[in-house]
Each structure stands twice: as structure tokens, then as C-alpha cells.
Write a protein that binds this ligand. Structure first.
Ligand code: FAD
Length: 409
């Protein structure tokens, strides 16, 4: 009998594909099986709400690896195959086509699925979600003639699609439950900035709305208003794809619960990317991050753990977004009660924002259209710099000099 080990990766997204690449890169010479429910080669999702949706970039540009990568690296990529059952004692995964795979190590990188609100009509004709290339293709053809798009939910996906749809000539209405877009992530002041941004591009932003039902592509609000549209996009968040983990009895709580080495509650099973709720050394609690950088870095980290060479995953959460001609990057994790400090001009749409925690340290920072800023911002957050709002907001003081610890050194 062969003693060649088999490592199975379920989920052919960014995290799964990076894990396969890393296993080979680190010299693993056993069998790698990558189980991918989608029929396409693993691809990156950020372009789906931006350049790909706009028709400015191709799917080939979004692929994690080129067409030959998987065969050239002896990765057994099972496209269109869904893992449906897990037996952790037996180290076995069942696939939808009846096949069974026995693993020495298993990585679950199944990502997340869009939520559909529990309201009548949310599965109706012309009501879209956006997660996959297939979703993007359908949405793009719905927008091809311009028309009227109603976006329900002003989170990242909703805001990006609103911007792209405006670029395609659609009339766009954004319906938001909160008072401003992105309020949950960025708070009311920056949310107002994004409301103004979208309004200045002709988007009708309707805050404080409850959707009652969707009917014939029209959205009916609880206050009696009806918004008429030709297509509806639901951008109300995603849920981690935990069914496989649950079928194997793994600990699941808003994602697959994993330790600092990304190991789940059963031996030889790991999780990475959007689906993983990982114990983060800095925050001393489990954190689940739904962003590109995390999927990329955790795919690499999980592969190293599978090889027994893992180190605690301690990377700061980071994300980016593009809307119209605005780009932003954010690093860290702030509490809504942290103090917001703006450096630069909201009016000119070029600024930095920082959040200061109750203990005076920088918990997070971001920039808008200030592309050289992210390095110094990251350093402040990484170092848990102690700052005052006055120093940090002073445009004449270099960001690094706001760190009173460094100044005293
Ligand atoms: P996924 O990319 O979701 O991949 C998981 C894969 O597993 C999927 O292909 C799924 O079909 C497959 N799968 C699920 N269950 C099974 C199963 N049982 N068997 C087999 N296969 C299975 N992040 C940013 O930081 N910036 C951005 O600008 C940004 N833009 C985005 C735009 C869009 C439209 C979307 C959808 C996401 C965006 N993100 C962005 C988030 C980022 O793309 C995700 O964090 C990232 O894709 C997560 O990667 P993943 O590998 O964990 O999961």
C-alpha cells in the first residue's frame, strides 16, 4: 500500500487555490485534491462588482492561477464537484456524485453565500445576489440596457454595484436600513461621506427603510412607498458556508471555529478564508474576516499548518474597495465606540481616517485616494501606537510622528 499522503481541499476559491499552491511550493509531494463546486477554475471575486461587471476586465484576468497551473503542479482539481458529507473519525469526505475521498489532512475553504432576507419575493425573477461569475453575468445582462436598478443594502457589495451600474448608465436607487451607507463598518460620519458620494453620482440613496416585500421587480417599503425597478440586487451580507463542517460535527459559531493555527475541532481538519472564525492572537477572540487579503493569507497559512510548519495567524484584517474614481484601503479592527479622527479633506475626497480606542491606541486606520498612506497607517495599527486625536489630525505632523511611544524613543 502506498504511504503517499492525501490532502483534500474543499472549496475552489482564493483560499483553497492559494493553499494548493503553497503545499506544492513548500515541497509536499503527496496527492492534492481540490474539490470545487463551481465549474470554473478558481478565481478572485473583487472584480465581479467592479471591472468584470462593467465589462472592462475578463474572467481570465481574475483567475487565481492560469489554465495549466493545476495539471502542471499535479493538483487534482475536481470542478463542479460538491462535498456533501464529512466523517472526521474515518477521515472521509463524500461528494455529490457518490465518490468518497479519504484524507490525511482536510482544509475546508468553502467561503460564504449571500443572504436572502426572509421577505416575500426575495427569490423572485429579476432579484439578484452577487457572489459568483454566474451571478455577475446575469446581473450584467440585466443592466445591459441601462434600466432601473434597485440595490437593497448599502454595504460594500451594494455600494460597489451601485457605482458600476451608474457607469453602465442605469438609474440606481439604494435602499438602506440604517441612516447612511456603510454605517455598520465605518460609522455615521464616514457613512455620510459615502451617501454624498453616491448622491453626487446621481444615485437615489434612501436611508432608514424597511423592505416589506418585492413584487414584479418593485420594492415595497414598510412605510407604504413602492420603488419601481427593472432589476433588484440584494446586498444584505453573506453567511459562512458551514454545512459540510456541521455534517462532520465540527464546532461552528458564525463560521468554522479554528485555533491560531487554523485547526478545527476535529483532528486533521482545518479551515481558512471567509468560512473560518479564527482565534486571533491580537484580539484574543475569534474573528471571521470576509475579505480578499484574509482568504489569500489564510490559504497560505493553513497549508503550512497542514504540513506541520504552521505559525499563529496574526495578520491584521485589511480590505480595499473601489467606487467610481474613489479607492480606499482599511487596516485593523475598530470598535464602534472608538474615536474617529480625520486627517485631510472629506470635501476633496482625499483623506485618512483613524480610530483611537479607549486606551489611547490606534485600533484601525484607512485612507481614501491617498495611496502612499497605507504603509504608515498599518505601522501605527500594528504597533498599537499611543496617540492623541490632536496629533493624529494635524496634517503638518507626519503620521509616524503622532506615535508618542516613538517620539519618546
Ligand atoms: P470563496 O471565494 O467564496 O470560495 C469558496 C468556494 O468554495 C466557492 O467557489 C464555492 O462554490 C465553493 N464551495 C462551497 N461549498 C462547497 C462544497 N461543499 N464543496 C465544494 N466547493 C464548495 N474583498 C476585498 O477585500 N475587497 C473587495 O473589493 C472585494 N470585493 C468583492 C466583490 C464581490 C462581488 C464579492 C462576492 C466579494 C468581494 N470581496 C472583496 C471578498 C472576497 O472576494 C472574499 O473574501 C473571498 O472571495 C473569500 O475567499 P474564499 O476562498 O474564502 O471563499
Amino acid at each position: 500500500m502506498s504511504d503517499r499522503k492525501t490532502f483534500v481541499i474543499v472549496g475552489g476559491g482564493l483560499a483553497g487555490a492559494k493553499a494548493a499552491e503553497t503545499l506544492r511550493g513548500e515541497g509536499f509531494d503527496g496527492r492534492i485534491v481540490l474539490v470545487a463546486a463551481e465549474s470554473r477554475l478558481p478565481y478572485e471575486r473583487p472584480p465581479l462588482s467592479k471591472g468584470y461587471l462593467a465589462g472592462d476586465s475578463t474572467l481570465a484576468e481574475a483567475q487565481v492561477h492560469d489554465d495549466d497551473f493545476y495539471s502542471a503542479h499535479d493538483v487534482d482539481l475536481l470542478r463542479g464537484a460538491r462535498a456533501t458529507g464529512l466523517e472526521t473519525e474515518a477521515h472521509r469526505v463524500a461528494l455529490s456524485d457518490g465518490q468518497e475521498l479519504t484524507y490525511d489532512r482536510l482544509l475546508i475553504a468553502t467561503g460564504a453565500v449571500p443572504r436572502r432576507p426572509a421577505i416575500p419575493g426575495s427569490h423572485g425573477d429579476g432579484v439578484h445576489v452577487l457572489r459568483s461569475v454566474a451571478d455577475a453575468d446575469v446581473l450584467r445582462s440585466a443592466l445591459s440596457g441601462g434600466g432601473r436598478l434597485i440595490v437593497v443594502g448599502a454595504g460594500w457589495i451594494g455600494c460597489e454595484v451601485a457605482a458600476t451600474a451608474r457607469g453602465l448608465g442605469a438609474d440606481v436607487t439604494v435602499i438602506e436600513r440604517g441612516l447612511v451607507p456603510l454605517e455598520r463598518v465605518l460609522g455615521p460620519r464616514l457613512g455620510e461621506f459615502f451617501a454624498d458620494l453616491h448622491r453626487s453620482h446621481g444615485v437615489d440613496v434612501l436611508p432608514n427603510c424597511r423592505v416589506d416585500r418585492i413584487d414584479s421587480r418593485s420594492v415595497h417599503l414598510a412605510d407604504g412607498r413602492a420603488i419601481e425597478g427593472d432589476a433588484v440586487l440584494l446586498g444584505v451580507g453573506v453567511a459562512p458556508a458551514t454545512e459540510l463542517a456541521a455534517s462532520g460535527g465540527l464546532d461552528v459559531a458564525d463560521g468554522i471555529v479554528v485555533d491560531e493555527l487554523l485547526r478545527a475541532s476535529a483532528a486533521d481538519v482545518l479551515a481558512a478564508g471567509d468560512v473560518a472564525s479564527a482565534l486571533h492572537p491580537r484580539y484574543a477572540r475569534h474573528v471571521r474576516v470576509e475579505h480578499w487579503d484574509n482568504a489569500h493569507a489564510q490559504g497560505v497559512a493553513a497549508a503550512r499548518s497542514m504540513l506541520g510548519a504552521g505559525t499563529p495567524y496574526a495578520k491584521l484584517p485589511y480590505f480595499f474597495s473601489d467606487q467610481y474614481d474613489l479607492g480606499l484601503e482599511y487596516v485593523g479592527l475598530h470598535d464602534p465606540r472608538d474615536e474617529l479622527v480625520i486627517r485631510g479633506s472629506l470635501d476633496e475626497a482625499r483623506f485618512q481616517a483613524f480610530w483611537i480606542a479607549a486606551d489611547g491606541t490606534v485600533s484601525a486606520g484607512m485612507h481614501v485616494n491617498d495611496w502612499d498612506a497605507i504603509g504608515p497607517i498599518r505601522t501605527l495599527v500594528e504597533n498599537r501606537a499611543t496617540v492623541t486625536a490632536e496629533d493624529l489630525g494635524d496634517p503638518d505632523l507626519p503620521v509616524a510622528a503622532a506615535d508618542s511611544g516613538q517620539r519618546g524613543a
